[in-house]
Design a protein around this ligand. Structure first.
Ligand SMILES: C[S@@+](CC[C@H](N)C(=O)[O-])C[C@H]1O[C@@H](n2cnc3c(N)ncnc32)[C@H](O)[C@@H]1O
Length: 605
């Protein structure tokens, strides 16, 4: 095996970023020679070629904690460009808490670029650590560029800070947008009103988005806060604003009992993208006792696909106003999304896939299924539910359409850290192979991530062999997973150089897990409530089932947990999503405490 210095130096001279990351991923662990560090430092100072500096930065990050004393010294370098690169290296090292004191040093650098970059790095630490540090920057006298980096970090962490620290930054053009959004999120609506009537479109946009965000979070609002001029301005801007701002404005007006936003949105040619906001607005206005029929009729007149949805809203509105039951719906309106049909749809989804949908999901389900009704020529939901019972292909398509497939690489780092530091080494002790099942894996990002972590453990000699089976009820997601080609939506967190090195870049810029990982991750379509199919699976050492149980009925959850228990070897582990817990649910598992969070274990080892 090549020694670490050899690999680092070859990576330093490698101009092709993909090949360089591949080399770095293959670097053996352990300390490197001080002469190697000196060469990297020299490359970091090379101001003739930005490529060399970038290579130096990535190689430095791969050196790990051994690099920290040298990076500390380099924070005193006379060249601001070098200090900035040092901060970039530290940003790539936020998995080690020891990088934090260095970033804090960089926060007081004389160069604004270095200070801002340091704050960006700090925002990648846990909110509990990072938010107070960022909030401390929002004091008088701090340059606006630095305050901007702190505010953006706070927004990204979804942290809260005292409104007084935000107000200070509302008047500066650089920081106004994010300060207004954060004030809105905190429910400080009074602070947003002056911005609503500002001549600056950016200010209006930030205030509207902040207000909508605060309203979504249930902050206290009185319709009187919006005067007639502001309402008119909002309605007028809906025709021109970008879709996010327009959707926010439609919602804000509705909270003031005004459906003018819905009317204003009707003229847009991207109307379908605004329909969810328009439906929510109708529901909000209805809740406030506003007559919604004119807005609904106007929507029905200009929309084709969602027309059925609109008809249902009309029926519901008429029924509610008349205070009568479903049987009294206006005779002219076709009985399309009746309460009874919705009930048989949700019962069918619970039976077929264990999925739980309440009344609150009604408009979401209709929006997702309406294209299917159209495609299959069903004029009522009841007709469509009948079709579902006799057409297995349509059944698969419908389940696929109503399930949430949200996922991305290296999602929920706490449980991944648990896998790397604790569960993986424990399961792999003594050279035992680790067989993993990623249940409800969507398009494959989770099983590939697990494979990448196990590959790193393998390289460090902490696990000998592994394989992963990814399963999902959605054949389309499984086909995507098998293809293994991913665009930006699959990458929401910045990858460390080692993580990035687990991918190869395709000609069009898309990324694909490397063959050594792809070869050991298999996929299969599987419905978790199909007990016969599940019983054919082998035993596993580890089951990942994150962000799936939350969508299931209590009965299906119980069934699935029993199946997981049966398919785990004694001593094996179960990892759930970070918002899912078995602490209040009767279950056969023991607790496996992790540094951050917990996993479950089949305790009869
Ligand atoms: C939100 S994704 C979670 C993806 C991944 N585990 C993660 O945390 O990033 C939920 C996945 O569960 C799948 N799912 C829902 N019900 C299922 C069932 N009954 N059987 C198998 N998969 C199911 C959905 O198709 C969807 O792809």
């Amino acid at each position: 095996m090549a020694d670490i210095d050899d690999v680092l130096l070859r990576a330093l001279g490698e101009g092709d970023p993909a090949r360089r990351r591949r080399l770095l991923a293959s670097a053996p662990s352990g300390p490197c020679a001080s002469s190697t560090v000196a060469r990297i430092v020299q490359a970091l100072h090379d101001d003739t070629d930005v490529g060399i500096r970038t290579a130096a930065m990535e190689v430095f990050a791969a050196v790990g904690e051994q690099a920290l004393p040298v990076l500390d010294g380099l924070l005193d370098d006379p060249q601001a460009g070098v200090r900035r690169l040092v901060v970039d290296v530290l940003c790539l090292m936020t998995t080690t808490p020891k990088a934090l004191p260095l970033l804090r040093r960089a926060m007081v650098d004389q160069s604004l670029a270095v200070r801002s970059a340091a704050l960006e790095g700090i925002a990648r630490f846990d909110a509990a650590i990072a938010a107070p540090i960022l909030a401390d920057q929002l004091i008088a006298g701090v340059p606006a560029a630095v305050a901007l980096a702190a505010l953006l970090g706070i927004e990204q962490l979804q942290a809260s800070v005292p409104p007084s620290s935000l107000r200070r930054w509302v008047d500066d053009p650089l920081t106004a947008g994010v300060a207004l959004r954060l004030l809105g999120r905190a429910g400080e609506f009074g602070d947003l009103m002056p911005a609503m009537s500002s001549p600056s479109r950016l200010r209006v946009r930030a205030a509207v988005i902040g207000l909508a965000d605060g309203l979504e979070r249930g902050r206290r609002f009185t319709p009187g806060m919006l005067d007639a001029t502001t309402r008119a301005r909002l309605a007028a801007s809906i025709g021109e604003a970008d879709v996010d701002a327009a959707a926010a404005a439609v919602g804000v007006l509705a909270h003031a009992g005004d459906l003018g936003g819905v009317a204003a949105a009707l003229g847009r040619n991207d109307l379908t993208r605004l329909l969810p906001a328009m439906h929510r607005a109708v529901a909000v206005a209805q809740g406030l006792g506003v007559a919604v029929e004119p807005a609904l009729s106007a929507m029905a007149a200009v929309t084709t696909l969602p027309a059925l949805d609109v008809v249902k809203e009309l029926q519901d509105a008429a029924r509610r106003r008349a205070g009568r039951g479903a049987a009294d719906a206006p005779p002219t309106a076709p009985a399309v999304f009746s309460t009874a049909a919705y009930a048989s749809l949700t019962a069918w989804l619970a039976r077929e896939a264990g999925l739980a949908f309440g009344e609150d999901a009604r408009s979401r389900l209709e929006a997702r299924l309406m294209p299917r009704l159209e495609a299959r020529g069903a004029t009522t939901l009841g007709e469509y539910v009948e079709l579902l019972q006799r057409d297995p292909d349509e059944a698969v398509t419908a389940i696929d359409a109503v399930t949430v497939h949200e996922t991305y690489f290296f999602r929920e780092p706490a449980s991944l850290e648990g896998l790397r530091d604790d569960i993986g080494p424990a399961l792999g002790a003594g050279g035992r192979p680790i067989h993993v099942w990623s249940a409800g894996c969507s398009s494959g990002e989770e099983p590939y991530t697990v494979g990448m972590i196990l590959t790193a453990l393998e390289r460090e000699g902490r696990c000998r062999a592994w394989d992963v089976l990814g399963t999902d009820v959605s054949p389309a997601s499984i086909a995507h997973a098998r293809r293994g080609v991913y665009g930006p939506r699959s990458f929401r967190s910045r990858l460390t150089p080692n993580e990035a090195a687990s991918f190869e870049q395709l000609a069009d810029g898309a990324l694909m897990p490397r063959a050594n990982i792809r070869d050991r991750v298999r996929f299969a379509t599987l419905n978790l409530v199909d007990t016969a199919a599940v019983s054919r699976l082998p035993l596993f050492d580890l089951i990942f089932c994150r962000n799936v149980l939350i969508y299931l009925t209590p009965a299906a959850r119980g069934l699935v947990l029993q199946a997981f228990f049966r398919h785990l070897r004694p001593g094996g582990a179960l990892v759930l999503g970070h918002s899912e817990s078995l602490l209040h649910v009767e279950n056969p598992f023991g607790i496996w405490p992790l540094k951050r969070g917990l996993a479950y274990r089949r305790g009869d080892a």
